[in-house]
Structure formats: structure tokens, C-alpha cells
Design a protein around this ligand. Sequence first.
Ligand SMILES: C[S@@+](CC[C@H](N)C(=O)[O-])C[C@H]1O[C@@H](n2cnc3c(N)ncnc32)[C@H](O)[C@@H]1O
Length: 307
Amino acid sequence: MSYDRSKYREMQEVTHEDYLNFRKTHSYVVIENVKVALPERHVIKKFAPKDFKLETTTVWSFPERGDWATHRGNYRGNWSPYIPRNLILRYTKKGELVLDQMVGSGTTAVECKLLQRRCIAVDINPDAVMVTRNRLDFSYAPIDEEYEEPEIRTYVGDARNLNLIPSESVDLIATHPPYAGIIAYSAKRVPGDLSSLKLEDYIEEMRKVAEECYRVLKPGKHCAVLIGDTRKHKHYVSIATRVLQAFLDAGFVLREEVIKLQWKMKTTRERWRGSYDFLLIAHEHLYIFRKLAEGEKASRYKASARW
Ligand SMILES: C[S@@+](CC[C@H](N)C(=O)[O-])C[C@H]1O[C@@H](n2cnc3c(N)ncnc32)[C@H](O)[C@@H]1O
């Protein structure tokens, strides 16, 4: 490990009881100036997407982002539940352990609950963890009689210090970090929030996140990271390429690169209102990395490794 992990806040578990206590005095939280309700009871119309099929190409597009179970689009920058669903179904089996250490509103954790994967969900923002707990607060009455509720644990914590997660214990990482300073997730700036950093500092910190991912993942398993780019002085800033480098430098090899089309570019549209002489960014990158299994020959994957 190339940095001192203990400099960053330690993981602190938030239980269902903690959530219920919080809920007694809070019916909503405010995240980046947006009020996110914590309803006492969720109205659930369906527990799964209709006619779901696994993605089979490197371009993914979900014009209807997905609103089954407790998924809602009202946490700024949350990812479509189709993304973790695809990752979980493709790369894990029932009962295996999934980590999302930047879980936001809990999309990955809810998918784990529905798909019977154990989950560790972490976020630096305690309010986000309360949103996650709220979204997990439903009982699932599936058609599948063999359904067993998986263990899902939630923590306030920093992706750079997953101190309660033993090395080589996780079967899949599926996570969606902030894109440098594009969207600040906490107006009151929770210490350690990477969304408040300038690009160079952000990349430095993402290198630590990548190292911590590498440490906790079992050999042979996958780590998926969704990341977007930005523009400065009308020129393209490829945050994704820099993050790709950080993960390859940590030791991963690149298994897949998926282009994820963006449908609701609210910030971009509001900002430019039709008068611009450059192309609007309408995609994100989903990198799916793999940690080589023990005994696997690294030279075989040289062309997909760090350069
Ligand atoms: C793009 S959002 C994730 C959204 C999530 N995929 C969802 O569907 O709701 C990024 C999240 O990273 C969190 N975050 C920022 N810095 C962090 C850090 N150092 N450790 C853990 N979480 C962090 C933010 O609080 C925010 O919730």
C-alpha cells in the first residue's frame, strides 16, 4: 500500500435501528440542495424490470432509467439500477458479496437485496447512508419461494479506508464515484468528499480508492467503475482516462469498457441552452476491471494492463 490508510475516516456501521431512530426526527435529508424524502412506507408497483435481458454489447443505454422496487431518480447523479443489475447478474452468484463504497442513494444495495447477494454499502455522507437504509426498508415478497434475505450492511466511511473489510474478501465491486468537482454531493462539504476536489487532487485520491479496491477484492474477481468526463475552456477533459490509468496502475487488467449513453443531461442543458460550438457530452464510461487469479500469467494480459 503506497499511502497511510489510517489518515482517512474509519468505517462506522449504520444499522436499521440507527435508521429508525434517525427517521423519528427526520422525514427527509438535503443532499446538494435537493430534498430527498425518507418515506415511512414505499409504494412499490413492481420488484423487477419488465422483460429484462442482460446487456451483450459494449454500448448500454437505458432511456427509462428504471423505477422498480424503491429506485427513484431523485438523488443527484445516481446510476440507473440497470447498471448494477447487469454487473451483479453477470459477475456474481447468489450469496456472494458485493461492495459499493460510494453507494449514494443505495441503488446497488437495493439490487443486491432483490438478487440475493450480500452487500457492503459505504458512503462518506451520513445522509446518503440514511437514504440507502430508507430504500432498503421494504419487504420483498417474491414469486421465488426460495428467496432468502441476504445480509446487507451499511456504513459511513471513506472509500480510501475500508478498514472493516478484510483483504481478498469481496466478490464484486460495483461503484460510481463523483466525477471530480462536477457535482458536489454535499453542499455542506462532508470532510473527505471527493466531489469537492480539483482534477489533479481528485486523481491522486482516486489512486488510493483503486488501491483499496485491489486490496479487498478476491483474486480473479471484477471491479466495475462508472465515470464521466467534463469540459473546460470548451475543451474535453478526459477524467475517465485518468481514472482508467489509476486502476491499471493499482494492478487491475481491463476486462471491458462499456460506453453508457446519458439521457438526462440536466446540468449541461441548463448551462448551455442551445448556444454552444462544441459537442455536448452524452456518454459515460463503465470500466470493468479484473484482478488476476492466483497463478494466472500476467504476461498473457499485458495488452490489457498498465502501459
Ligand atoms: C455518483 S454518487 C453515487 C450514486 C449512486 N451510484 C446511486 O445510485 O445513488 C457518488 C457518491 O460518492 C460519495 N463519496 C464522495 N467521496 C467519497 C469518499 N471519499 N468515500 C466514500 N464515498 C464518497 C458521495 O457522497 C456520493 O454519494
